[in-house]
Design a protein around this ligand. Structure first.
Ligand code: GDP
Ligand code: MG
Length: 597
């Protein structure tokens, strides 16, 4: 395929503005899928994506389209919109020359519209604004176009208007892609340079590596070399996603596709690596990607200790498919052998956990998430800390530093006061306000990351009745008066329940936490004392009273079927419990911290 007939672009937008639906239409209009095979969000094929109706992994698909007598190949990438997945988006952008910026015709420019658009501008892409959902009964198309101009600074005079749902305006959109997005450059005769932008593990075929060819040509019989991994393989198959995997003979500059090379060893393939030919090597590797910074950590432990190796294998498989996820083994007095896992944010954590349970069938105990901290010790040494259990004696700490994020809210102007109050309650520092037209505003704050990742988004949604959106970016670490809050269960310290909190809110948090734990931990044959402590000082206490002899009789009178249900429920619940000395603590208790704000 000649590069002049190839176009590479990403589809970017705020969540729910219609990227996946537009991708479906592109597949349909190009004949890549038929009306018969058509079902919504074809590309969202992970179970988690179907369950949640969101895109988590970027997908690269090739379609052919005839325009003015020529066949064009359009390679496009449907990307996730959520703030946790910026990393997926920025990688996709690096593999493209253009981007469709999809904006909802009613909701207009939102926080992630701005963030994604800026990322595309930084990557030097040709951006085509697309106003979607023009079929809605109420739209604000003209205002939306103005927002695109005023907030993002793009010329919106030739924006495309579409309804992805009803298939209106799709041809105009494709014509704009062909006319406005530049063809890829690159010499098909040069030594091969292909950028690894993703990979996944297939149980049958081994590692599938996703590449974009930057220079040279990759052929189906080649012997390839991963420049950073320093491994050599014979290619078994190359191909493209159309949208299912379809083998082909060669891939030239600008084309995206996959390589299967019989690699079975997980961890040998690195996203950002460069593939070249073993016989005819490129002189230097492509720049690759910036390593993303994990900001949220939690422990993951197999409920059944014999599942440890299985869990390691599954985490490896996850990390291969998601370069922004990391893990290292750790041990806990109470939970045994497990892993400390790092994520980009809370949604990312939930998604990985859900994928592990759905795809891997390993029962997990997950400890409460925390952000990463920086400690300056008295010795002058600065250390990173991702586990509250590792906080040294307070006497050894010179400075306790927490991550700070710059948070941008876009919201209805009449909700500014309420959101400012929310930020003030969470130790926010006001930055500025900008009005976007008459009734919407952009508000910028600096907030401790720990105060926003757990529930800020939910709080914002409820305050603004769903109309407010936010985006954030970590800008650095700052000293704060932080302390480790310990939890003692029946007199024993349970490290896995420890958290790091601000001193001013420690008593309130401690009280709320033991109260919540009291609800989550069931009664035992004996009394169970729950205590929250800072150092040796107990700041809150609750007691779970001892069980009476016959639970079911007491709780449920004589109804036999309800009794049986209760017992079954207890049995099921047991699967996700851990024994701490004499006390059983269920999985949910570990997450109490999130609800005991
Ligand atoms: P994404 O998060 O950007 O990938 O958004 P989706 O493609 O998943 O779409 C989000 C929601 O908007 C879905 O319920 C779609 O059916 C709906 N939607 C997408 N495009 C249109 C459109 O053109 N008109 C209308 N009325 N709804 C649409
Ligand atoms: Mg989507």
């Amino acid at each position: 395929m000649k590069p002049e007939f190839i176009r590479n672009f990403s589809i970017i937008a705020h969540i729910d503005h219609g990227k996946s639906t537009l991708s479906d239409q592109l597949l349909l209009k190009s004949g890549a899928i038929t009306e018969r095979d058509f079902h919504e969000q074809v590309l969202d094929d992970l179970d988690v994506e179907k369950d949640r109706g969101i895109t988590v992994k970027a997908r690269a698909v090739a379609i052919d389209y005839e325009y003015e007598g020529n066949i064009y190949q359009l390679n496009f990438i449907d990307t996730p919109g959520h703030v946790d997945f910026h990393y997926e988006v920025s990688r996709s952008l690096a593999a493209c020359e253009g981007a469709l910026l999809v904006v909802d015709a009613f909701q207009g420019v939102q926080a992630q519209t701005v963030a994604n658009a800026y990322a595309a501008i930084e990557a030097d892409l040709e951006i085509i604004p697309v106003v979607n959902k023009i079929d809605l009964p109420v739209t604000r198309i003209e205002e939306v176009l103005e927002e695109v101009e005023n907030i993002i600074g793009l010329d919106s005079s030739d924006a495309i208007r579409v309804s992805a749902k009803q298939g209106i305006g799709i041809e105009d959109c494709i014509e704009a892609i062909i006319k406005r997005i530049p063809a890829p450059k690159g010499d098909p005769e040069a030594p091969l340079k292909a950028l690894v932008f993703d990979s996944k593990y297939d149980h049958y075929r081994g590692v599938v590596t996703y590449v974009r060819i930057v220079e040279g040509t990759l052929r189906s019989k080649d012997r390839i070399r991963f420049m950073r991994g320093e491994t050599v393989h014979d290619v078994i198959e190359i191909g493209q996603f159309r949208p299912s995997m379809e083998a082909c003979q060669s891939l030239g500059p600008g084309q995206a596709g996959y390589i299967i090379a019989g690699e079975k060893e997980l961890g040998n393939i690195h996203v950002g690596d460069t593939v070249t030919l073993q016989g005819r090597q490129a002189e230097e590797a492509l720049p690759g990607y910036k390593q993303p910074k994990q900001m949220v950590f939690c422990g993951m432990y197999p409920i059944d200790a014999t599942d440890f190796e299985k869990l390691r294998y599954e985490l490896d498989r996850m990390a291969l498919n998601d370069a922004s996820f990391s893990f290292i083994p750790e041990t806990s007095d109470a939970l045994g052998f497990g892993f400390r896992c790092g994520f980009l944010g809370m949604l990312h954590m939930e998604i990985i956990q859900q994928r592990l349970e759905q795809e891997a069938d390993v029962g997990l105990i997950q400890t409460a998430p925390n952000v990463t901290y920086e400690l300056k010790l008295n010795s002058g040494e600065v250390i990173k800390l991702d586990n509250p259990a590792d906080v040294p004696e307070s006497g050894n700490i010179d400075e306790f530093r927490e991550p700070i994020a710059k948070v941008t809210f876009i919201l209805p102007a009449d909700k500014i006061g309420a959101v400012m109050q929310l930020c003030a309650d969470r130790r926010g520092i006001y930055f500025n306000t900008e009005f976007l037209g008459t009734d919407r505003a952009q508000l910028v704050y600096e907030l401790p990351l720990a105060e926003i990742i757990y529930d800020m988004h939910d709080k914002l949604k409820s305050i603004t009745r769903g109309y407010g959106t936010m985006d954030y970016e970590v800008i650095g670490f700052r000293p704060a008066d932080l302390v480790k809050l310990d939890i003692l269960v029946k007199g024993t310290l349970v490290e896995a329940l420890a958290t790091i909190v601000h001193r001013d809110s420690s008593e309130r948090r401690g009280r709320a936490l033991v109260k919540k734990l009291k609800e989550e931990i069931h009664k035992h044959q004996f009394e169970v004392a729950l205590q929250a402590a800072i150092g040796s000082r107990v700041i809150a206490r609750e007691t779970i009273s001892a069980l009476r002899k016959n639970v079911t009789a007491k709780c449920y009178g004589g109804d036999i079927s309800r009794k049986r249900k209760l017992l079954e429920k207890q049995k099921k619940g047991k699967k996700r419990m851990k024994q701490f000395g004499e006390v059983e603590i269920p999985q949910k208790a570990f997450l109490s911290i999130l609800e005991a704000g």
